[in-house]
Design a protein around this ligand. Structure first.
Ligand code: ADP
Ligand code: MG
Length: 250
């Protein structure tokens, strides 16, 4: 990233405090009083097998799902009752929908247009977001004229164009083949380093979690069974499940 980009992107990462978050559907307990402090600016991965509650926790953070109990604080402010668009968060999902008839730049500009942001400001922010994901030269292409990995980078640009203080990603690489996946892993890491905001990343892939994260929260049946750096989870798993899922099991 160039110096000028650094000064343009002034967003910094917000810490998140998750306290006693529970979610039940009828008799099914999906999240069981989860406590988790996410540091401002860190890359935190929610790792767990399918059905462990990762998406539910992320959707509660985003405000798409209402918890049965507990609170969420972003930067010291209780956001539990705020709608998604007032929480200062960006979201990227596995299945992103780009408008096929619009160019890359128009796709990224679209949400800002809807918010009524002035045109000059839109042009500046779209250019900045596309540079961040290294798509500046693809601005005028249509989604069908770029690769799957580039399309996912457009989805990333569309999330960061709001200058969120937190970026939430639910298995964003799940649909990509192995090579693209590994390339995007590096690019998302680089984006995190450049942009400096808090990233909350969801995956069921232990290798992906180990290579990308500052810290990993390992979920099992709606509870966090271990929170630590990749090294800690790998070398000192807290329980047999953690050992079998990520660690060196013997
Ligand atoms: P993950 O993302 O880790 O695969 P989810 O958070 O999607 O897990 O789901 C956790 C559990 O909650 C699963 O057993 C799932 O079937 C259940 N679940 C998720 N959403 C609903 C819902 N709307 N109604 C009932 N059960 C749900
Ligand atoms: Mg999920």
């Amino acid at each position: 990233m160039t110096k000028s980009q650094e000064t343009q992107y002034e967003s910094s990462g917000a810490p998140i405090r998750i306290s006693g978050i529970s979610k039940t559907y009828k008799e099914l307990t999906v999240l069981d009083s989860v406590d988790l402090d996410i540091r401002g600016g860190e890359f935190l991965t929610l790792l767990g097998a399918s059905g462990s509650g990762k998406s539910t926790l992320l959707n509660i953070l985003a405000g798409f799902v209402k918890p049965s109990g507990g609170t969420i604080e972003v930067d010291g402010v209780d956001v539990s009752r705020l709608p998604p668009h007032k929480r200062g968060l960006g979201m990227v999902f596995q299945h992103y929908a780009l408008f096929p008839h619009m160019s890359v730049a128009e796709n990224v500009a679209y949400p800002l247009k809807r918010l009524g942001v002035p045109k000059a400001e839109i042009i500046r922010r779209v250019g900045e977001a596309l540079d961040m994901v290294d798509l500046g030269r693809m601005a005028n292409r249509k989604p069908t004229e770029i690769s799957g990995g580039q399309q996912q980078r457009v989805a990333l640009a569309r999330a960061i164009v709001f200058r969120p203080r937190v970026l939430l990603m639910d298995e964003p690489l799940g649909a990509l083949d192995k090579m693209l996946r590994e390339q995007l892993q590096l690019e998302i890491r680089k984006l995190h380093k450049d942009i400096g905001i808090t990233f909350v990343f969801v995956t069921h892939d232990q290798d992906e979690a180990l290579t990308m994260s500052d810290r990993i929260a390992l979920l099992k049946d709606g509870q966090i069974v271990q929170l630590g750096t990749p090294e800690e989870l790998y070398n000192a798993p807290s329980c047999r499940y953690a050992a079998e899922f990520v660690g060196v099991s013997n």
